[in-house]
Design a protein around this ligand. Structure first.
Ligand SMILES: [Fe+2]
Length: 224
């Protein structure tokens, strides 16, 4: 007896996509905070840190103050960010009880064709490893802003054998994102934002966060 031919995708990579509960509230708290934060910093303090290729990106990546504020339940903006982000994470971590640490949260501001090279969120030297990256599209219009593009980590290996159904964007994936959406994905997954056109009337703004899973079901059980 012969079996019917079939085709199956194996070893998929999961990305998690959802929308915050109350985007307008987050926007009303976060945008004034970010604009003020950018104003009180020197240009150097909100430039891409050493080791990044981009020479055109406004980011609070190097600021510990921003993490301290935005993950702090004792102020209005931090309390709202924390509440809404944890609620989303709870909707992604569905199968087991969980706990996480957020040790780094930062904003990115694109107004004049800024960009970021393909990168991942794996911690250097593996110390305090990040498990998931989380991106919130705080101010975003897909018609005028550059999308976030994921790169297939197996792309080079896959070149050895031809795909029988090659897509135009082989090795790349560009999720359809709207303002207020969130993407969570494994820290190893390379992603990039390509240079766009200036958008002086509508800056592209995102919040990025690194998530460390402390417990998920049996994982992390021995940490206590
Ligand atoms: Fe990133």
């Amino acid at each position: 007896m012969t079996s019917s031919p079939y085709r199956k995708e194996i070893f998929p990579i999961s990305i998690y996509h959802s929308t915050v509960e109350n985007h307008q509230r987050l926007k009303s708290l976060l945008i004034p905070y970010i604009l003020n934060e950018m104003n009180i910093r020197s240009k150097k303090e909100i430039s891409a840190p050493k080791g990044w290729f981009t020479d055109n990106l406004v980011t609070s990546f190097s600021s510990k103050d921003v993490t301290r504020t935005l993950w702090n339940p004792e102020n209005d903006v931090g309390a709202e960010v924390r509440y809404q982000f944890l609620k989303l994470i709870d909707s992604f971590f569905v199968d087991y009880p969980w706990s996480i640490d957020c040790d780094h949260i930062w904003y990115n501001y694109y107004i004049n064709g800024e960009w970021q090279e393909s990168h991942n969120h794996i911690s250097q030297m593996g110390v305090d490893q990040t498990h998931f990256a989380f991106v919130y599209f705080l101010s975003y219009n897909s018609k005028i802003h550059s999308p976030l593009i994921f790169n297939d980590p197996s792309e080079i290996i896959k070149c050895i054998s031809p795909a029988l159904d090659p897509s135009e964007m082989m090795g790349k994936y560009q999720p359809k994102v709207r303002e207020g959406d969130v993407l969570m994905f494994p820290a190893y997954l390379q992603h990039e934002v390509r240079p766009g056109k200036p958008t002086p009337n509508y800056p592209r703004m995102t919040l990025a966060m690194n998530i460390k899973v402390k417990r998920y079901g049996k994982y992390g059980e021995d940490n206590d």
